[in-house]
Design a protein around this ligand. Structure first.
Ligand SMILES: Nc1ncnc2c1ncn2[C@@H]1O[C@H](COP(=O)(O)OP(=O)(O)OP(=O)(O)O)[C@@H](O)[C@H]1O
Ligand SMILES: [Mg+2]
Length: 231
């Protein structure tokens, strides 16, 4: 059986990684997969009944249909909303990519599909000598790039694509995500990225009032790894 797993990165922080990760999870669930989510490093937490929570982690856990403890979904849930290397240092912790890889293997053993949301952009430092790119490499996953459509996104998308390939990883696809309703020339930006990014565009998600239907704008059949299994 094919067991798809993807690493979701973005052109920046706040570009829709969580929104698109949740949409992909819900589409995989609808196809009959047992789907687990992971957000290995999250920076920015609030205490609820004495337990540290992060919005992304909560959203991903809610969307997935394989129930897992929060410590496995997010082994490094950091309190401060800062670059993870800094947020971890404040707590005298250090993000350990090897530990994350161990958690990922445990999750993978319990699920048919896994969606892993990165943190920030692809070169964000996690620790002194480890970045998000190193994490994606340690997990060995094909990458889906969420492009937040705004001025500058072409450069950010192309740099990220080059960084993904420089790690020897596969850019499995990309998503054009309308995060700015006032953006002009978005069609031209998308057309340019179509030409320059050597990977399928999985969809263009409009600026939505409710992100629940974001999956309606994605075509997972373009990810050949999962095209065989349907409900
Ligand atoms: N297509 C869209 N239409 C409208 N709002 C959107 C869309 N995509 C994302 N957003 C909004 O943009 C904001 C950032 O989205 P999201 O949290 O998914 O980004 P992210 O890349 O996961 O951010 P982070 O780096 O914090 O993890 C959220 O408020 C989200 O609701
Ligand atoms: Mg997020």
């Amino acid at each position: 059986m094919n067991r798809p797993a993807y690493f979701i990165t973005g052109t920046d922080t706040g570009v829709g990684k969580t929104a698109i990760s949740c949409a992909i999870i819900s589409l995989l669930v609808a196809r009959g997969f047992k789907v687990a989510a992971m957000k290995p490093v999250a920076a920015g937490g609030r205490l609820v009944d004495g337990v540290l929570h992060n919005e992304d982690v909560d959203s991903l856990i809610q969307e997935a249909n394989v129930l897992l403890p929060q410590e496995l979904v997010c082994p490094f849930l950091l309190k401060e909303p800062a670059s993870p290397n800094l947020a971890a240092a404040i707590e005298a912790r250090s993000v350990d990519v090897t530990h994350i890889a161990t958690c990922f293997q445990q999750i993978r053993a319990q699920a048919e599909a896994v969606v892993v949301e990165g943190v920030g952009g692809f070169y964000v430092p996690l620790a002194d000598h480890a970045s998000v790119a190193d994490l994606a490499l340690a997990l060995g996953l094909p990458v889906i790039l969420v492009v937040g459509l705004r001025l500058g996104c072409i450069n950010h998308a192309l740099l990220t694509s080059a960084a993904i390939r420089a790690k020897g990883l596969k850019l499995a696809g990309w998503v054009a995500n309308h995060i700015d309703p006032s953006m002009i020339f978005s069609d031209g930006n998308i057309a340019t990225l179509e030409k320059w990014l050597d990977a399928p565009r999985l969809g263009t998600v409009p600026y939505l009032q409710s992100l629940e239907c974001a999956g309606d704008y994605l075509n997972l059949d373009l990810l050949h790894e999962i095209s065989l299994k349907r409900k």
